[in-house]
Design a protein around this ligand. Structure first.
Ligand SMILES: [Ca+2]
Ligand SMILES: [Ca+2]
Length: 446
């Protein structure tokens, strides 16, 4: 079949994670790592996740080490709970976005108008997969309820001699919820087309931890929205072709939209547009999904040389640049009037596969901070509306001296307190106008 010009372009297009440095600091960095090593109860999870994962050992694509870890997961146990997270002080990003102005060190709201992050909010992490067995992430795994629960083969199937080892919807080999994916309980691995989107790279797990790592469990740090539901969608394979990574990106976006994600985090991209990808982000827009995307790490102006998907001119996209501790744009970060926000992106401490922690840098990490903030705003009891949440993020940004062409639309840095205050103010002004309308008499009083 002949390909149209645009599809030839798509063939060359690469979609790669927007990270530029990785520091996999394992055993020596943190006391956290020692805790992980000593405890035999850290691989506990909610009962669903334990059952689901244990039933998945027959997937040969997973490395033996990971299969062994899943096999050794223990049954659900109470979390250690309500203990300040040991590494929180080392993670400068949360402090930089004003997180501790509105949340305590146990990540409880410091003001009565502010609500906790809600598990009803779902963020799809379209990335290299996620280590959903990580002690910081396992309690925040999105579960597809259409693929859980006891199951028995029908009499017809049994009569045909079908032998089912698994008597649960999560592993019966049937697409119980009819969404086109068999046994997709925690998301999907589009690279291998299997239901286990496990991360063997590190990038996706790092991103997931910034968005929604657990708080007050005495280890690691905290995500910006530490109770959010994290849907894991693996699109990236570093040995795969650019075309495959793009195709898998499109499928992952479509999955996220069809399966209830409010926010999509896409910490990746490439320099060439692709009609199929744009159509998928437009679909997300029509379905009311916010698409938070990395501005890219080429150190250039996206207004002149765009970076996709961040640069598609769609109003559900939030494009994010990265800054350091001094609020200077990283030299590697893209910028421009088509970039919405800046967020922390240098040496960010977060989760890594295997129960580990380490730092990574780039607009990928900045993007995850913005997604976490969007999830927090979505948790405040207001009807979900991506327009509003994007506005709170952009209007609430803290002005920085990003000048000239290096400015971004918001004029600066993601600010959790400002965005939450903007949301509270908008809500009270809406309530006031409703009250004023109610106060108007229905008939003139003569
Ligand atoms: Ca399904
Ligand atoms: Ca099933």
């Amino acid at each position: 079949m002949w390909m149209r010009g645009s599809e030839v372009v798509a063939n060359k297009t690469k979609r790669i994670p927007s990270v530029f440095t990785v520091s996999l600091v394992f055993c020596s960095l943190l006391a956290v790592t020692e805790i992980v090593a000593k405890s035999n109860t850290l691989l506990t999870a909610n009962a669903d996740a334990v059952k689901i994962l244990k039933d998945r050992l027959h997937y040969p694509e997973l490395p033996a080490e990971i299969q062994a870890r899943i096999k050794n997961m223990s049954a659900s146990q109470p979390m250690v709970g309500l203990e300040a997270d040991t590494a929180m002080a080392r993670e400068w990003g949360l402090a930089s976005i004003g997180f501790f102005d509105v949340f305590t060190r146990l990540v409880k709201p410091a003001k009565p108008q502010i609500l906790d992050c809600s598990p009803k909010v779902t963020v799809a992490v379209i990335d290299t997969g996620v280590d959903y067995t990580h002690p910081e992430l396992k309690n925040n795994v999105w579960i597809n309820r259409g693929e859980t629960g006891a199951w028995e083969p029908s009499k017809e199937l049994a009569a045909k001699g079908y032998a089912y080892k698994c008597r649960d919807k999560s592993c019966n080999g049937i697409d119980d919820d009819g969404n086109g994916y068999v046994d997709d309980v925690v998301g999907w691995d589009f690279v291998h087309d299997i239901p286990l989107p496990f991360d063997t790279h590190g990038h996706g797990t790092h991103i997931a931890g910034i968005i929604g790592g657990s708080a007050a469990n005495g280890m690691g740090t905290s995500g910006v929205c530490p109770n959010v539901s994290l849907m894991s969608l693996k699109y990236y394979d570093n040995s795969g072709s650019g075309y495959n990574n793009l195709t898998n990106t499109v499928r992952a976006i479509e999955y996220a939209v069809a399966n209830g994600a409010h926010i999509i985090n896409y910490s990746g991209g490439g320099s060439e547009p692709a009609p199929s990808e744009r159509a998928a982000v437009e679909l997300a827009r029509r379905k009311g999904v916010l698409f938070v995307a990395a501005a890219g790490n080429d150190g250039r102006n996206n207004d002149k040389i765009p970076y996709f998907p961040a640069s598609y001119p769609l109003d559900n996209i939030v494009s994010v640049a990265s800054v350091n501790k001094l609020n200077h744009l990283l030299p590697s970060s893209n910028f421009g009037r088509t970039v919405h926000l800046a967020a922390p992106g240098l040496m960010i401490l977060s989760t890594l596969p295997g129960g580990k922690f380490g730092t990574m840098s780039g607009t990928s990490q900045a993007t995850a901070f913005a997604s976490g903030a969007a999830a927090l705003l979505a948790s405040q009891g207001e009807k979900w509306d991506y327009h509003k949440v994007k506005k709170y993020l952009v209007d609430g940004a803290k002005p920085l001296s990003l000048s000239g062409e290096k400015a971004v639309i918001a004029g600066g840095l993601l600010s959790i307190p400002n965005s939450l205050e903007g949301q509270i103010a908008a809500r009270s002004s809406e309530n006031a106008s409703i009250a004023a309308k109610d106060a108007v008499p229905k008939k003139p009083t003569l």
